[in-house]
Design a protein around this ligand. Structure first.
Ligand code: PDD
Length: 283
């Protein structure tokens, strides 16, 4: 049985209970983070905690813990669970209150964290890539907040799965923003392109690392909006996230992306990414 953390206690997952009036349960009123762990080391913890703080500030939930406390709790959670490679999930909700849209005056946030196994992306996917479809971005105008209310993302991802694709690439006003649970990159004429951050996409921690690796390795890169046509004619398409790292998209809306194989810049970036992880494991 996995050990989870709930409001100051470490306990087996099946003993962790949240009151039915918790606003996370009633309204989806909360925010979350997913942090990969390599060799029992938290990946980019400061960046994840900064994004958590930004999400909390945006939804007006006080951060219940200092960064030092988060660090201690998450490391203890890693210690109490099996596996050198883990995927930590943490969420903070506005806590329990009588059901009312208005925010309670003195919220006592609920703090929950758990560890899941971090499954490596299969060799088959690394070699052949995945299919994606484009869908209209039906989400709200604050996609930079990592909110637990994910119904639109769930519907979009499921629609992709129903069409035998791994992910939906979302299009808003003619521009591709990101995936249902991932960020988007394309390679066009040897330049790596990703949409700029703003209210229509989540500022991914993986996205930032890829931009950093591009910068330090002299890979031409650019943050700019990607039109539907640019997406369709891209030489490479990648999706990035903490759990999937970098996924090459080799089919888009049932047509091959370029020659239908993962491209050379993907191979290069994947190697750089794996080296970065390896350094973290041995720190
Ligand atoms: N999702 N965009 C969206 C909408 C996401 O949900 C995610 C990640 C990302 C990538 O962010 P990062 O690189 O920080 O993981 C972009 C997580 C993994 C999830 O919801 O499970």
């Amino acid at each position: 049985m996995n050990t989870v953390y709930l409001n100051n206690k470490f306990l087996p997952a099946d003993q962790a209970c949240v009151p039915v009036l918790d606003r996370g349960f009633i309204f989806g009123d909360g925010v979350y983070e997913v942090i990969p762990v390599y060799g029992r080391k938290l990946f980019r913890l400061d960046e994840h905690l900064q994004r958590l703080q930004n999400s909390l500030t945006a939804v007006r939930i006080p951060n219940p813990l200092s960064n030092a406390d988060w660090d201690t709790i998450l490391n203890e959670l890693i210690r109490q669970n099996d596996g050198d490679e883990q995927s930590l999930y943490l969420q903070v909700t506005r806590g329990s209150a009588q059901r009312d849209h208005a925010m309670p005056d003195d919220p006592v946030p609920t703090i929950f964290a758990m560890s899941n196994p971090l499954h490596p992306v299969s060799q088959q996917i690394r070699e052949h890539g995945v299919a994606a479809i484009t869908l209209d971005d039906i989400r709200w105008q604050r996609c930079h907040i990592k909110a637990i209310s994910l119904l639109p993302n769930i519907l979009l991802r499921q629609e992709a799965l129903d069409q035998n694709a791994a992910e939906a690439i979302l299009v808003r006003d003619g521009f591709a923003t990101e995936g249902a649970a991932s960020n988007l990159f394309i390679v066009s004429n040897d330049v790596l392109v990703t949409p700029p951050t703003g209210p229509f996409l989540l500022p991914g921690i993986t996205r930032d690392l890829i931009l950093e690796l591009a910068e330090t390795n002299d890979i031409a890169h650019h943050e700019k909006n990607i039109s539907r046509d640019e997406l369709r004619t891209a030489d490479e398409i990648w999706l990035t996230s903490s759990t999937k790292e970098i996924l090459p998209v080799t089919r888009l809306d049932d047509a091959p992306v370029a020659n239908g194989q993962p491209g050379p810049l993907f191979q290069r970036m994947l190697t750089l990414y794996q080296c970065y992880k390896q350094q973290l494991r041995h720190q």
